[in-house]
Each structure stands twice: as structure tokens, then as C-alpha cells.
Design a protein around this ligand. Structure first.
Ligand SMILES: Cc1ncc(COP(=O)(O)O)c(C=O)c1O
Length: 431
């Protein structure tokens, strides 16, 4: 007698209490929620300039061809089994050579651990260094630190950052938060603001961490670590070598975890290769943790990334091409908004410094287009509905203040689409 088919889902009601408190307290990505709304508007036939997701459209920002070819070769050569949990030796060595060449940093291979993009490494860093209830200091707005704090049961110490200080914490803010802190999470160039940390600030912050740890060593306290997320370093504009804490203040190196990936620098968000650089005692545990959750970078991509990173001309060509595409788009957007500001409209933007992001202020709260706008969310909806302009408020990056600042991301859009969006915005503002 044959058994009736069993439906595995949806037949038994299940309330939230069935889930862990961690799962119940989790908040999904606000950016993805907004992006879904935008996709629905586009599907309904509207012309929408989608400046929401921090991702690339491959037609606008293609992955470098040699990297794709390398992945295809590695697949054909049978690299389809498990990689070592800290990454294949060739890629770890390639990262050492790459950082020496591009950033002037010398690290031992034991300090390099590879994973499936930056995210697993950030999560593993939190998990490896921070116990539940311990303090993590991070700027707001910043990308996802509030979520990682929740996942670890840590105590978040958000520092509100302002345009005046380039949307990065000041040394004074960090110094005040250091006692009792277990981790300071910084990111430059920053998502969502697109701004670079200033050299003097980064030096002062690193020196404060070194001094705090000297004090803790004397009393036997555990040290405070710096997690420095530099996934956007290769997208920074200009000739100046990128700032890294370890190059500026070598004494901070034992207490620093550098986070990097090919996701943004090579427009390769879906290929999933990232690395962390830290003290070998830390990388050993990162790798154990990543091994348990299987967050490896796929092996063909590790093989191809190793080949690509040591090919200096190929990397330089990719970097130049990326900068040209970003500058074109961010420049058109920035100049268009500056023109609207000159015409007296209440918009403001921070000059592009790299990344795919522009920080823009729409000071539109009040009575507009027959609506009362009280919050950034109200302004966001107005821009989407009346100007076909899809943007993300800084609140999506844990900033509590309703101060009119938004992130505009150009990774999935063309210059022509930006020009059309600006003209719709101008029409709306004139109304
Ligand atoms: C600052 C920052 N770090 C890390 C990541 C995640 O990178 P990955 O896609 O390599 O996990 C992002 C993605 O948006 C980011 O903006």
C-alpha cells in the first residue's frame, strides 16, 4: 500500500516561541526590504533609478575577464573538492604578496585566513573575540555592526558620526568608549557614506588602542581589538596609497583584524572570496569556526583569485577600469545634485571619494507635494513615488537621527539612467 505524500511545510501552525530568542530578535536587512519594493515598482513598468543595493550589475561593472577565465580553468581541472578550512596555500601566499605589493604590509602566511567573502570573517571575528555581554564600539551609520552585535549577544556601543568629521568617529569618541570595550569596528572607505578616514584620526585611534592594551597588560585584562574592514580600499579615488592601521601604527598589528574581499574591488560580489589578516592565534580560531559552519570560499574561485592577485598588471587594469566607471557615475550624480543645490533646492551631497556610494541630504521634511513629510522614510517614499528615485536612508545603517541623510549607490546603474533620474528629481523639486 502506498503512503500518502507528506507535506513538510505550512500545514502545522507554528508561533514564534518555537524559535530561539536569537532568531526572534533578528532583524532582516532593511536595504533588501527597500530593494524588493523598488523591484516591484520597476516590474509595474515605472522608470526607476535604483540607487539602493550595494551591488553591481555585471553589464555596468563586469568582473575582470582573467578572473572568470581562471575560474573556468580551475573547474575544468577538477578543483571541486573541499578546500582547507583556512584557504588553499596558494591563495594565502598570494594575499601576502598582494598586500606587500599594494599596501606595503608584511604579514606571515599564518596570519591569513580565507572565507566565502567578508561576511563570514566579520561574524567569526566577533565570535572569536567577544563574549556575550561584552562591548563592541562602532560608528552609526555603519554597515551591519548592529546585526553582528545581536548575533553575538554583545553590547553595542554606537557612536553617532557626523559630516563635519567625514562620517567617521573622532579619536575623542573612541577614547571615551575604550574602557571596557572588547572590539572597535571601523570601516574605511565606509559603507554607507563612501568617505575615507582621515590619516591623523586613524593614527590617534590606533595609538589609543595600543595605550589601552598596555594598561590592560599591566592588570591582566583581556585586550581590546580593532576590526578594520577595508573591503572598499581598492575603490578609493586618487593616487595616495590606502591607509591601513597596521602600516600607520605597527604596534597595533597584534590587536588588529583586517577584513578584505574581492567582492567590491573586483565587482565580484557573487563569487565569494574574502580574507582576514590577524595574529595567528586569532586566525587559527577563525579558521576552526569557519570550518564548522563550512563558510569556505569555493575552491575554483580560490585558485583563480590566487592567480589574479599576483598578476600586478591585471589587478592594476581592473582597478583603473573600476575607478573610471565609478567616477563617471558618482561624478554625474554629484554634479547634478550640486546644480540643484545652486538653484536653491534643499539637497546636499558629499564629494565622491571612492566606493559605489554617495552621501546625500534631502532636507525635505515638512509640507511637500501635498504630503506631510515627518521622517526620512516619508522622504524616501516621496522620492520613489514622485521622482522614480530609489534611495536608502541612513536609518537602515542603525542611525537613529532623522537628519535627512541617504545612501545613493551607483553599482547597478548607467550614466544615462542617472541623468534621467536627476531630471525627474528636478521636475519634482520644481513642483
Ligand atoms: C563594509 C562592508 N563590509 C563587508 C561587506 C560584505 O562583503 P562580502 O560580500 O564579501 O561578504 C559589505 C557588503 O556590502 C560591506 O559594505
Amino acid at each position: 500500500m502506498s503512503m500518502p505524500p507528506v507535506s513538510a511545510t505550512g500545514t502545522v501552525p507554528m508561533d514564534d516561541r518555537a524559535l530561539s530568542s536569537l532568531a526572534r530578535g533578528m532583524v532582516g536587512s532593511e536595504v533588501l526590504r527597500i530593494a524588493a519594493e523598488v523591484r516591484a515598482a520597476i516590474a509595474s513598468g515605472r522608470d526607476v533609478l535604483n540607487l539602493t543595493v550595494g551591488d553591481f550589475d555585471a553589464r555596468e561593472f563586469p568582473v575582470p575577464a582573467p578572473l572568470i577565465a581562471g575560474i573556468q580553468r580551475a573547474l575544468a581541472a577538477g578543483h571541486t573538492n573541499y578546500p582547507p578550512s583556512n584557504g588553499i596555500a596558494e591563495l594565502r601566499q598570494a594575499v601576502v604578496d598582494f598586500y606587500r605589493r599594494e599596501l606595503g604590509i608584511e604579514v606571515p602566511v599564518a596570519s591569513v585566513v580565507i572565507a566565502g567573502g567578508a561576511r563570514p570573517l566579520i561574524y567569526a571575528t566577533y565570535r572569536t573575540l567577544v563574549d556575550p555581554g561584552e562591548s563592541v564600539v562602532f560608528p552609526v551609520p555603519s554597515w551591519n555592526n548592529n546585526h553582528y552585535v545581536h548575533l553575538c549577544g554583545a553590547r553595542g556601543v554606537p557612536l553617532t558620526v557626523t559630516r563635519e568629521h567625514g562620517f567617521h568617529p573622532t579619536p575623542e569618541q573612541i577614547v571615551a568608549a575604550l574602557p571596557g570595550a572588547r572590539l572597535v569596528a571601523l570601516c574605511s572607505p565606509s559603507n554607507p557614506t563612501g568617505t575615507l578616514m582621515r590619516r591623523e584620526s586613524l593614527i590617534a585611534i590606533c595609538e589609543a588602542i595600543v595605550a589601552e592594551n598596555a594598561r590592560r597588560a599591566a592588570t591582566g585584562d583581556r585586550p581590546v581589538f580593532l576590526m578594520y574592514d577595508q573591503v572598499y580600499w581598492a575603490t578609493a579615488f586618487g593616487e595616495a596609497p590606502p591607509l591601513t592601521p597596521t602600516a600607520l601604527v605597527p604596534e597595533v598589528m597584534p590587536y588588529t583584524v583586517l577584513i578584505d574581499a574581492i567582492s567590491k574591488s573586483l565587482a565580484a560580489t557573487g563569487l565569494r572570496v574574502g580574507w582576514a589578516i590577524a595574529h595567528p592565534a586569532v586566525t587559527a580560531r577563525l579558521s576552526d569556526l569557519l570550518g564548522h559552519v563550512g563558510a569556505w570560499a569555493p575552491k575554483p574561485e580560490q585558485v583563480a583569485t590566487a592567480e589574479f592577485l599576483v598578476d600586478a598588471p591585471a589587478f592594476q587594469a581592473a582597478r583603473t577600469d573600476m575607478e573610471r566607471r565609478l567616477r563617471e557615475r558618482l561624478g554625474v550624480l554629484y554634479r547634478g545634485l550640486a546644480r540643484l543645490r545652486e538653484q536653491g533646492h534643499p539637497v546636499d551631497a558629499v564629494e565622491p571619494q571612492g566606493t559605489l556610494y554617495l552621501s546625500v541630504r534631502f532636507a525635505l521634511q515638512g509640507e511637500r507635494c501635498g504630503r506631510t513629510l515627518r521622517s526620512n522614510e516619508d522622504v524616501r517614499r516621496l522620492l520613489l513615488e514622485e521622482a522614480g528615485l530609489a534611495v536608502v536612508p541612513f536609518q537602515a545603517f542603525a542611525l537613529p537621527d532623522e537628519d535627512g541623510w541617504f545612501r545613493l549607490s551607483v553599482g547597478a546603474t548607467s550614466v544615462a539612467a542617472i541623468e534621467r533620474g536627476l531630471s525627474r528629481l528636478e521636475q519634482m523639486l520644481n513642483r
